[in-house]
Design a protein around this ligand. Structure first.
Ligand SMILES: [Zn+2]
Length: 510
């Protein structure tokens, strides 16, 4: 009873205050529709969350496929042409092969006068078990105090549905869509997006050929309250540093003091990478880092970022920087080097007087624009070999790059961003934080690299949504306002595209 009461009070609240910033009658009509149907939208999310589409555990693969098919049905009922693309299979570590879930390519509208916006999202989720520390069943969407708890609520079923809900509002109100839409929806994102890059390459001249803009909604704001637009992510390069002296581990009582120990070499090598101020000591590593422009500098000023809370969440008292700008720039636009571990080192509790014969140090460098991966690889190898050679050690050194991903940055003045900014202002009444992500989200870079279209990440989840974590949630507010945001975004990008086209037509006729 209490639950129902809270919902109806929330609904009144939503209906009363949700659209005070809307300017046009059309927008108000759409907002009203979305407000009135919010419980229905939540019901859809409940159905989706109930499918345990965990792409990480092979035994749940059937559920992922079922989720993809459910999504395809939903898109079909919107009037979209839907294609389920087979992606083949993956090889599991035990040698068995497992069928990948199909990927959705869908299309709605083909008017050459309108821009074509392609939406990317995923309907698979991270594993979740009640015993992990969830206060509710992870696969039963549960509303508590205006928050909708459930695995996938924010990552990424909520945003995918919000996009679908927005289209539904246009259809129900018989308002013509201002854009042509395309959907690319996968079921393997949480397991490394297997098959996605090959598919984008294969479809570049087909599915993507008439796409104007690509929108990804699969990340979070940096604030709990203030919306954000994401225009960049860092890349990554991972390195192995292997030092070997012989074939067998040795006893320190029998050999300690008479040999060059590999661990000692390795610690010295790892210790030479970063200084106490966090600066990477590899010569030339900062040479290609994009210089900071006044325009970019200004973007940091208005960002809502609670440094104290960030510190509290980390459990660390002192950071290397003590201003918001210092922290954000070093997370987003400067490279960083982290040391992760040593393979072959004794790491159990207690004492073992062993001299490991072979140890492998592991570290990574977060790449930023315009660093070049192969140059970084060369610089790292050259530097470590140089440091090693000065040690006069007879041990064998091998440095290799195990993984790399490019950084991504977009032009914040692109029409895509202008339209999204306007839509955010209309729905939320304020300008968004223009943010980047310190981590690596390869999909944005992949889309941009292969298709050469403008790409934007338009999140609707708040900073406390807990993606990948226990008690993942999306708030009712974010889900419903997010639906409105996508609807207004369609109107804004449609308008802007038309204006740009008219302007370019005028230029050619003059
Ligand atoms: Zn995701």
């Amino acid at each position: 009873m209490l639950q129902i009461l809270t919902i109806s009070v929330m609904m009144l609240f939503e209906a009363g205050v949700s659209s005070p910033f809307a300017s046009s009658g059309l927008e108000n009509q759409i907002f009203q529709y979305i407000d009135l149907h919010q419980n229905q939208f939540i019901e859809s999310l409940k159905e989706w969350v109930a499918v345990e589409s965990d792409s990480v555990q092979p035994r749940l693969r059937q559920e992922v496929t079922r989720m993809v098919e459910l999504t395809a049905d939903r898109l079909q009922s919107l009037g979209a042409t839907v294609e389920l693309v087979k992606l083949g299979s993956q090889k599991l570590p035990d040698g068995q092969s497992l069928l990948l879930p199909p990927l959705i390519l869908a299309e709605l509208g083909k008017d050459p006068q309108k821009p074509t916006v392609c939406f990317y999202g995923h309907v698979d989720v991270q594993p979740a078990k009640k015993e992990d520390g969830w206060k509710t069943d992870p696969f039963t969407l549960t509303e508590i105090d205006g928050n909708l708890y459930g695995r996938g609520a924010t990552d990424d079923k909520g945003p995918v549905l919000a996009w679908i809900n927005a289209v539904e509002a246009f259809r129900a109100l018989k308002i013509g869509m201002p854009v042509n839409l395309k959907f690319i929806i996968e079921g393997m994102e949480e397991a490394g997006s297997l098959g996605l890059e090959e598919l984008i390459k294969a479809e570049n001249q087909h599915f993507f050929s008439n796409v104007d803009y690509i929108v990804i909604s699969d990340n979070l704001w940096i604030s709990i309250r203030k919306p954000a637009l994401t225009y960049g992510t860092r890349g990554n390069t991972c390195f192995f540093v292997e030092v070997q002296c012989g074939e067998r581990d040795l006893h320190s009582g029998t050999f300690g003091g008479i040999i060059h120990e590999p661990m000692t070499d390795l610690i010295a090598l790892l210790g030479s990478l970063v200084d106490t101020s966090g600066r990477i000591l590899i010569p030339g590593i900062y040479d290609d880092v994009a210089s900071l422009t006044e325009e970019e500098k200004k973007l940091y000023e208005s960002i809502e970022f609670d440094l104290e809370e960030y510190k509290n969440n980390s459990g660390v008292q002192n950071f290397l920087y003590d201003t918001k700008e210092g922290i954000l720039m070093h997370l987003w636009r400067y490279p960083s080097l982290s040391i992760h571990g040593i393979e072959g080192a004794f790491h159990e509790p207690g004492t073992k007087t062993v001299i490991p014969a072979r140890v492998i140090g592991k570290f990574s460098i977060r790449q930023v624009p315009h660093m070049n991966i192969s140059i970084v690889e060369h610089q790292v190898i050259h530097y470590l070999e140089d440091v090693f050679s000065k040690r006069n050690s007879p041990n064998k050194l091998k440095v290799s790059m195990s993984m790399s991903a490019m950084p991504w940055v977009a032009d914040v003045n692109d029409p895509l961003y202008t339209a999204a900014r306007r839509a955010i202002k209309t729905v939320f009444g304020e300008d968004p934080d223009m943010i980047r992500d310190g981590g690596t989200i390869p999909v944005a870079r992949t889309f941009q690299n292969i298709t050469r279209k403008s790409v934007m990440m338009l999140p609707i989840g708040a900073a406390d949504a807990g993606e990948h974590s226990q008690n993942e949630k999306i708030s009712r507010h974010n889900y419903i306002q997010g639906t409105k945001l996508f609807a207004v975004f369609f109107l804004e990008i449609g308008k802007l595209h038309r204006q740009l086209q008219e302007a370019s037509n005028m230029k050619t006729t003059n």
